[in-house]
Write a protein that binds this ligand. Structure first.
Ligand SMILES: [Mg+2]
Length: 221
């Protein structure tokens, strides 16, 4: 049971996302080579390295500050829209964290809702457009549902990871409407969107990271 995401859990979430991106970056580039220019895996590796750098340089164990530092680190990642959009996501998360020492399931849902709003202000893409939004929007809905049904943070993150994964998988049946891939029309059919896939990998990493901290706590009891 993980009732709160404190600083240690946040770092575990972020490290989980970094690890998952590193494991699957080749797959992301393969998908991007079908739908786009094949650089999404290396872009996400740069994003992962920057996230790790921001965690290493962070000094004061402050949720809002770390999220803001991650946001700035990601905003500067070149290689298409992924870095800036992820930067906006973390910028929204940071603003919502607003000095809180920890986030419960409700706080987590609110933070990701703010992150989603921040991204949605910058792109017209929504569910069905074959972008990262196909994973992000259902993941945030799952966090909201988790908060409203009394799930703890770990359960809520598990449901969010599953929703993001299902959302990314569902993009196989879609034709791209945004970015470089939109010029390829039906050629993108049958393959998941790389941006939705990387978003799903990140949510899977958040869940796995927090699960590990929970297991470590249980073992030390
Ligand atoms: Mg690309």
């Amino acid at each position: 049971m993980t009732t709160e995401i404190g600083f240690a859990e946040l770092v575990a979430m972020l490290n989980g996302a970094v690890a998952n991106i590193r494991t699957h970056h080749a797959r992301l580039s393969e998908l991007d080579a079908i739908n786009g220019d094949g650089d999404h895996g290396t872009t996400m590796l740069r994003a992962a390295a920057r996230m790790e750098g921001a965690i290493a340089e962070h000094k004061d164990r402050n949720l809002q500050a770390l999220l803001s530092e991650i946001a700035w680190a990601l905003l500067g990642v070149d290689g298409g829209a992924a870095g800036p959009l992820l930067g906006l996501l973390f910028s929204g998360l940071s603003q919502a964290a607003d000095g809180a020492p920890a986030l419960d399931a409700e706080g987590l849902a609110r933070a990701f809702e703010a992150g989603l709003a921040s991204v949605a202000g910058q792109t017209k893409a929504r569910v069905g457009d074959k972008t990262m939004m196909d994973a992000l929007i259902p993941a945030v809905s799952a966090l909201r549902k988790g908060a409203e049904t009394g799930q703890d943070c770990l359960q809520s993150l598990k449901c969010a990871a599953e929703a993001a994964g299902a959302g990314a998988e569902a993009t196989k049946a879609l034709t791209a409407k945004f970015g470089r891939a939109k010029n390829l029309g039906d050629r993108t059919l049958g393959y998941p969107d790389p941006g939705a896939t990387s978003l799903a990998l990140m949510f899977q990493g958040y869940w796995e990271g927090v699960q590990k901290t929970g297991a470590a706590e249980d073992a030390s009891r």
